[in-house]
Write a protein that binds this ligand. Sequence first.
Ligand code: ZN
Length: 329
Amino acid sequence: MINETLEKLKELQDILAEKYQIENELKEIPRSLITKTELVSRLKKSFIEKNTKFEETKQKINDVRIHMQDSERDRETYEAKIVDISTQREYEALVKEIKDSSEKEQTFRKELQREEKVLQEMEQAIEREEMLIREQEEELKAEQEKIEQELAKRREKIQEIDVLEKEITPNMDEEIIFKFKRIIRSKQGKGIVPLHKGVCSGCNMILPLQFVNDVRSGQGINFCPYCSMILFFQEAGDEDILETMVYEDTSSIFGDDEMDDDFDSDEDSESGFGDRDELSDIDEDPEEEEDDEDEEEEEEEDAEEELEDDIDAEIDEVEDDAIEEDGEE
Ligand SMILES: [Zn+2]
């Protein structure tokens, strides 16, 4: 009966390992779109900014034009007055007014020409960027569709696995299945491992003698007190069990009851003894876990920076391309 259950667990392990692998892929695959999505949103932001500047320049041109026309009108008014002049003094004053307004008019005209040139360049840049955004959006859409297909294939596969799973699990202890699934998930697809010379082949820890005997005699389902994997006895290769007799029963040192509870708690098992590979690890500084977390955080930050760099590089690249294309036309 126990053997039958262990065989079923082995089968279950294989299909669940595949299922969890696919589930991870479902999470990872859409990440490849992050760079491109970010690129498109940056281009759009820059496009809006350029448009705002374009409108501002247009407004400025209008203002300059009005000033220029005012000066022009002033000049014309002064010029018309010339015929009514009677004294030399009046004449000189009027000539100065004409000269001043004419200079003003010229200054505004030059400014107007300069700003109109700026506006024209802006218009071209905006057109170029609009095209670039359209191109990038099309590419993004195509990639999204491709990814959607990839995801759909995987979701289908998961459904197939779920059917197989339902064929295996009836009549099995739900609690054991629940615990087993958590172990497989956290141990990269492993959940049931053979006993090897009194050592758990999942975590390489020397197992308590009584525990080894329980596994050997096929009494119930035995979870490794260190890594929580289920252990089974394999006839071949384990005949020299006597070797382990020289080792002391280690369970008292590690308080195996507590360790066995590892997977009963709702917490993730990451911090359990399951990750210890060697006996000596038990003495390790508990702060090491925090160090590990810090490292992970750092890695995440690095990854983010890398992403930023990627996006910057890609923006440069597409902009260069657009300018080149523009030049070719
Ligand atoms: Zn183990």
